[in-house]
Design a protein around this ligand. Structure first.
Ligand SMILES: NC(=O)c1ccc[n+]([C@@H]2O[C@H](COP(=O)([O-])OP(=O)(O)OC[C@H]3O[C@@H](n4cnc5c(N)ncnc54)[C@H](O)[C@@H]3O)[C@@H](O)[C@H]2O)c1
Length: 309
């Protein structure tokens, strides 16, 4: 399978991408590609507010679909998109790339295979090196739908069951401007899973030492941990201190392998006519959990995910 064409409402961006990667065709209007009978599958990686409409158009055109997270910020829009996908009988894979990181996949497999016995506690730490611009904060959907959404997905993926209830404590500790924009920048969410497992997720918009991405699964027979990845793993011990590299700085560096693998697996599912590994339901649930986490913060109480309609 080859990349046949690229679209961007800014034609110059499409032109640059086509030139950089040797893509033979560009279009300003994505519908031109979606309705092109020569094209089998589309990857929707435009701004979040365009995803649902483009998924619906692509499904109606019979295309196999990869779409970046989140499907949409509103559950009604997500349901409309999933409905169109269901009716058309096409494949949909959502861009929760961390599932394709080899370390997280190993933790997932160890939990699934009971190598740590019964899972008791799942801990996820996810801290960005620096906050996004305030203009982005205002339109991003907030920390739960923009940032922690990946961790909600990771929680479901590793625990292998649904999140039943969440309780949130949050604050503005990094930048008061984020608070003025109506968001928080520091949060801890506790999760109760349907099978009784307990989880915690902590997020910060600023970790001075870089992108802090760690997962720990603790169970009756042991623990599986995934630590930060560094550009180089050598540790230098001297008389005054012990030194090692800071973690890889942000998501593009840290998750390069996972972005490549998720698209490879999507293409293989299309060619082999197999179900995709991250489904529409997997795309919908972290958004519902995100709304539950926000309601818990606002109302200072545990919120069942089933309360979010
Ligand atoms: N999985 C991840 O780790 C990850 C990381 C970053 C972004 N994302 C997601 O990817 C999406 C894009 O994020 P971004 O940061 O690259 O945004 P961006 O704004 O930098 O890029 C979006 C691009 O889409 C184009 N675009 C907007 N509307 C369009 C339309 N109707 N038709 C064609 N092109 C259109 C824009 O011109 C722009 O070039 C978002 O949904 C975001 O949540 C996912």
């Amino acid at each position: 399978m080859k990349v046949a064409a690229v679209s961007d409402i800014f034609e110059s961006a499409a032109q640059k991408c086509a030139a950089d990667y040797g893509i033979p065709k560009i279009a300003k209007d994505p519908l031109e590609l979606i309705n092109d009978p020569e094209i089998d599958a589309v990857a929707i990686c435009s701004s979040t507010d365009t995803h649902a409409d483009l998924i619906i158009a692509a499904a109606r055109a019979g295309k196999q679909i990869f779409c970046e997270k989140p499907i949409a910020l509103g559950l009604d829009r997500i349901d409309a998109a999933l409905d169109a996908v269901g009716k058309a009988g096409v494949k949909l894979q959502i861009g929760f790339n961390r599932r394709f990181d080899s370390n997280y996949r190993r933790v997932h497999d160890l939990v699934r295979d009971k190598a740590i016995g019964d899972l008791h506690i799942l801990r996820i730490t996810s801290r960005d090196p620096s906050p996004p611009p305030i203009a982005y904060v205002k339109v991003s959907g907030g920390i739960f739908l923009d940032m922690m959404i990946h961790d909600f997905d990771m929680a479901r993926y590793i625990a292998g069951c649904e999140v039943e209830e969440v309780y949130t404590v949050g604050a503005v500790r990094v930048d008061p401007e984020i608070g003025k924009a109506g968001d928080i920048d520091t949060a801890v969410v506790t999760l109760k899973f349907t099978d009784g497992v307990i989880g915690t997720i902590d997020n910060s918009r600023r970790a001075v030492y870089g992108y802090d991405q760690r997962v720990e699964a603790f169970g009756s027979l042991g623990m599986a941990e995934s630590a930060n990845r560094r550009p180089n793993e050598v540790r230098l011990s001297g008389g005054a201190d012990v030194r090692e590299d800071l973690p890889l700085n942000f998501f593009v560096e840290r998750y390069t392998e996972s972005y490549v693998t998720e698209l490879k697996e999507f293409v293989e599912c299309v060619i082999g006519n197999r179900p995709t590994p991250v489904t529409g339901h997997d795309g919908r649930m972290p958004v519902a959990i995100g709304y539950a986490a926000k309601r818990s913060l606002d109302e200072h109480r545990p919120v069942a995910v089933s309360e979010i309609k």
